[in-house]
Design a protein around this ligand. Structure first.
Ligand SMILES: Cc1cc2nc3c(=O)[nH]c(=O)nc-3n(C[C@H](O)[C@H](O)[C@H](O)COP(=O)(O)OP(=O)(O)OC[C@H]3O[C@@H](n4cnc5c(N)ncnc54)[C@H](O)[C@@H]3O)c2cc1C
Length: 384
């Protein structure tokens, strides 16, 4: 049986960030991933908001950044508005390079990475957790003082805690990298509201002048997602941009939409990143929040093991740092759940106003009672 202070399950942004911080603090740390290559396959649209960068605990290397994005164009039917500047600008990044760099960084700080290693069972005891891991067809046992569930939207750790049906609480995304695109404006991300993406949105996120991540997300009728994707890419505004394009790489996956469980700490188990639904709605931005929360988790684990501080301090630290953003995300989730079920242009216009922060959550009932022409007028004026 292997033994360590901290076992981190998952070597995505959340897990590698946690493992790095734990090792930096001198804790004996193992992090595992069921993949055989960290960063592959990419399951992401690879956009980050610049407003989140100041919250990062360390600098990201230049080579992960691919393009500066000036802002976002929001489109519903014939209505289009552009938001730019702080809060709306950001970058297109390479997830493949980022995830690999984060894992290597944790290893350099002393954490032991075991790949091809899938967590299959957790036995939670009072002073430790025993994890059963499948590695190359064999069972390996790891005894750890603390276990971190950083294993994403289908978290086995969360399921081992007794919470089931995680898929139901996720949105589903089908996205591809297209090369040889002819983008209307490669300096702006594009977000589309319409019946091709019930409850969520379609997106075109430029990677370069002639390539982009293009996809749809939905929180409803998820089994129709491939039909939604076809409908979206065949809509007029997208078709003209991808007429001569080639589909290069699929980057689809799941994003947590509703909370899987009520806390982020259960006895000696912490949840971080997507396993803790730490992405910011309405866009489902989870890359940078996962890195930020992973670092905080590492700090809380160190304080727990060295000074007996309760592990629940992790939740307080996260709330102190990102509390306002997660509060906003929670309100977005409530409003989007409510509006998503209406398959109607008027509600797409309301969602556009909310996404672009022209409308605020408190105005929802008043907005629902307005006629579509009036809503369009308000959007065009940029005010309620
Ligand atoms: C299609 C798509 C597009 C997205 N686009 C964006 C975007 O543009 N911007 C943004 O900010 N966010 C985006 N997100 C969200 C973002 O990708 C996630 O929030 C982020 O990856 C969360 O990081 P994580 O480390 O928590 O989980 P993950 O990145 O999912 O990493 C979890 C790791 O755990 C491993 N694992 C799982 N189960 C086990 C197990 N039992 N044993 C061992 N290892 C296991 C997995 O192999 C994986 O490597 C997108 C998500 C999807 C699906």
């Amino acid at each position: 049986m292997l033994s360590c202070d901290v076992l981190v399950v998952g070597a995505g942004p959340a897990g590698s960030s946690t493992a790095a911080k734990c090792s930096e603090e001198g804790l004996n740390t193992i992090f595992i991933d069921k993949k055989d290559r960290i960063g592959d396959p990419v399951q992401c649209a690879e956009a980050i908001g610049r407003y989140l960068i100041p919250y990062l605990p360390f600098r990201l290397p230049k080579r992960i950044f691919r393009r500066y994005i000036k802002g976002i164009e929001f489109v519903a039917g014939d209505i289009s508005i552009i938001k730019e500047g702080p809060q709306w600008d950001g970058y297109s990044i390479s997830r493949r390079i980022l995830d690999k760099w984060l894992a290597e960084r944790a290893e350099k700080k002393g954490a032991e990475l075991i790949i091809n290693a899938e967590l299959v069972k957790l036995e939670i005891k009072n002073d430790c957790v025993v994890a059963t891991i499948k590695k190359d067809g064999e069972k390996v046992y790891v005894k750890a003082k603390v276990v971190v569930g950083a294993d994403g939207a289908k978290s086995k750790v969360v399921r081992e805690l007794g919470f089931k049906r995680l898929n139901r609480k996720c949105g589903v995304v089908v996205g591809w990298q297209f090369d040889n695109v002819n983008l209307e404006n490669p300096d702006y991300d594009q977000i589309y509201l319409g019946n091709f993406a019930p409850g969520a949105y379609g997106y075109v996120f430029p990677i370069s002048d002639n390539s982009a991540n293009i996809g749809v997300a939905t929180i409803l009728n998820k089994n129709k997602i491939y039909q939604y994707f076809e409908k979206f890419v065949n809509s007029k505004k997208i078709r003209t941009q991808i007429n001569n394009a080639q589909k290069i790489e699929e980057k689809s996956g799941h994003i947590p939409f509703l909370d899987f469980c009520d806390r982020w700490v259960y006895k000696n188990i912490l949840l971080v990143g997507d396993a803790a639904n730490q992405n910011i709605k309405p866009f489902g931005e989870g890359i940078l929040p996962s890195i930020i929360c992973g670092d905080i988790a590492g700090k809380a684990i160190f304080e727990h093991l060295s000074k007996c501080t309760p592990l629940s301090i992790y939740e307080t630290y996260v709330k102190n740092k990102l509390g306002d953003l997660f509060e906003y995300s929670k309100k977005s989730t409530e409003v989007l759940s409510k509006l998503g079920k209406y398959n109607d242009m008027k509600f797409d216009i309301i969602r556009l106003g909310i996404f672009a922060q022209i409308f605020c959550f408190e105005e929802l009932e008043m907005l629902i009672n307005k006629e579509i022409e009036e809503l369009i007028g308000l959007i065009k004026n940029g005010t309620t």
